[in-house]
Design a protein around this ligand. Structure first.
Ligand SMILES: [Zn+2]
Length: 305
């Protein structure tokens, strides 16, 4: 499987089941039920969910899986998928605010945001850049979103994203919260294709297809989750800022631990005990300066709650 082949197959399905925006598919089930949105590749290089997504569409189309309600499948950033890049001009998952860019990703954010008005549930499929010890969910502390995570129950780790952070960054999650759409972001291991990611995608999408009106916290216990909360982001504001090699998602760190250095030779110290998330190792030139746009943070820190 290649990203190009996945895109071709997706557009063939889109001809048969056209969705509300470009590169989207809408299928109505035989039985009534909620309206659901499943998005993949909001980051163009996180292609691992596409084979599972295509297989899901096939199974629903052939009625091997019985769809309750309506489902919209949308590819986040097809142009970046083709270019084999995270994004072309701006990180799409930072464009869901009033200050979105006047470029490809800004336009696509407007289209994707319009889908949120049509649904009650949203699952957004991502992969981390660096390896992860486990897949994990990201969610705001909002009851319907948490119950969606508990219902999906494909990962024991749930990381709470503060609402302020979603507002500040202009994320898809923040946009979903504004529209009262229950939203879960699923981060699946390291970017790229693998059987492990395809299986995990299928497990989640089967659950989304099956999802009916009965979803509630009463039926789905939060006790099975290890819950964490993002408490800190280290700003990536220096081209030469560098993390020591080898950090993964969920690497455990201690208060005061030195994990990197900046251009003024100041040490990057962890402010409190916790777990590293989204450690960044971007490409650099020979002088050690980051090529392209700086990510917003060089790492984030989560603590157990
Ligand atoms: Zn992503």
């Amino acid at each position: 499987m290649t990203p190009e082949k996945c895109l071709i197959q997706f557009s063939q399905w889109a001809e048969r089941y056209p969705g509300p925006i470009s590169d989207s598919i809408e299928i109505k089930g035989e039985t009534p039920g909620p309206r659901k949105l499943i998005t993949a590749c909001v980051h163009g290089d996180e292609v691992g969910s596409m084979p599972g997504l295509l297989e899901t569409i096939k199974r629903v189309s052939e009625r091997k899986w019985s769809l309750k309600g309506t489902v919209i499948f949308a590819l986040g950033n097809p142009k970046a998928i083709l270019a084999k890049k995270r994004f072309l001009q701006g990180d799409l998952n930072r464009q869901f605010s009033s200050q979105r860019g006047e470029h490809e990703e800004g336009v696509r954010a407007t289209q994707l945001q319009s889908l949120l008005k049509k649904v009650e549930y949203h699952l957004d499929l991502h992969q981390t850049i660096e390896p992860s010890r486990h897949p994990f969910y990201l969610s705001e502390n909002e009851e319907r979103s948490l119950s969606l995570a508990a219902y999906l129950s494909g990962s024991p780790y749930l990381i709470e994203v503060p609402a302020e952070l979603n507002k500040k960054y202009g994320t898809f999650m923040g946009a979903a919260m504004n529209e009262d759409v229950a939203h879960i972001c699923l981060e699946m291991y390291q970017k790229g294709f693998s059987d492990q990611v395809t299986d995990l995608t299928l497990l989640h999408l089967k659950k989304m297809v099956d999802l009916d009106e009965s979803l509630s916290l009463k039926n789905n216990s939060m006790e099975s989750f290890e819950r964490l909360k993002i408490v800190y982001q280290e700003k990536f504001d220096d081209l030469k800022m560098t993390l020591n090699p080898g950090y993964l998602n969920f690497t455990e760190v201690r208060e005061g631990e030195v994990i990197g250095v900046n251009s003024k030779s100041e040490l990057i110290k962890v402010p409190r005990d916790g777990f590293l998330l989204f450690p960044k190792y971007p490409q650099r030139n020979q002088e050690g300066e980051v090529l392209g746009e700086l990510p917003k943070s060089i790492y984030e820190l989560a603590v157990k709650i």
